[in-house]
Design a protein around this ligand. Structure first.
Ligand code: PXP
Length: 255
């Protein structure tokens, strides 16, 4: 398909590890899922190493980093703003690091990172990660003040939180969904005007992806939970292929 302004797709494989961890052992293996996702049209792989290691483990990150390096594909490491995570990121120097909130007090009302309230502690993390060669992204609500603060702390990328839009759309709250989508459009424009690269993600599925993929300034979507869930029914390759096609069509792609 020829696609003008093609969007990148990052597939988040965290919940493959959730299923593995339900039993312990090694199956299903997130690195194997990552290879299938790449072969089905993902541009990169996203993984969130949580402080409590509830899904992805340190060993998973080692394996994913090695596999992606070998294939010349990007790893987007999602992590909390803590010194433990900073050490891990500095060891791996992934292509991208997305800083996310894990504790309630680190979040904005819409669930993104509170960059405005936390700029004093976030700024040194952004600086160290950038110096190590990673592209630094901040997972934030599409809120003008948070976007402005993200540019101030030196991030190169913002990932706009699509959870409020997806929840409203799924629950049939049309007005709220439209308002959330409008905020995403405005946020993407504002961020791009400030020189930030714009990504989006959280809660996206087949039904909600197209309106977000149509936002001109967005260059990358990160999608996980739905794809891993759908893989149970159709297989991961088919799920990623279909998501890829929906994104391409929303971008005006033609067969
Ligand atoms: N982007 C970020 C920053 C995230 O933290 C997550 C969830 O880990 C996602 C995207 C993917 O969200 P979902 O799993 O709901 O598709």
């Amino acid at each position: 398909m020829t696609v003008p302004n093609r969007l990148r797709l990052g597939v988040n494989i965290d919940h493959v590890a959730t299923i593995r961890n339900a039993r312990g052992g090694e199956h299903p293996d997130p690195a194997r899922a990552a290879i299938i996702a790449l072969e089905a049209g993902a541009d990169g792989i996203t993984a969130h190493l949580r402080e409590d290691r509830r899904h992805i483990s340190d060993t998973d990150i080692d394996a994913l980093a090695a596999m992606l390096r070998e294939r010349g594909r990007p790893l987007n490491l999602e992590m909390a703003v803590t010194s433990e995570m900073l050490e891990i990121a500095l060891k791996h120097r992934p292509h991208a690091v997305c800083l996310v909130p894990e504790r309630r007090e680190e979040r904005t009302t819409e669930g993104g990172l509170d960059v405005l309230g936390g700029h004093n502690w976030i700024t040194p993390f952004v600086t160290r990660l950038r110096e190590a060669g990673s592209r630094v992204s901040l997972f934030i609500a599409a809120d003008p003040a948070q976007i402005e603060a993200s540019a101030h702390v030196g991030a190169q990328v913002v990932e706009l939180h699509t959870g409020a839009y997806c929840d409203a759309a799924r629950e049939g709250r049309t007005e709220a969904a439209e308002a959330a989508l409008k905020a995403l459009w405005a946020g993407a424009r504002q961020a791009a005007a400030l020189g930030l690269e714009v990504h989006a993600g959280h809660g996206l599925d087949y039904a909600t992806v197209a309106p977000v993929a149509a936002i001109t300034e967005v260059v990358e979507l990160n999608i996980g939970h739905f794809l891993v869930g759908e893989a149970i029914f159709t297989g991961l390759e088919a799920a990623v292929t279909r998501m890829r096609r929906l994104m391409d069509e929303a971008r005006g792609g033609e067969a």
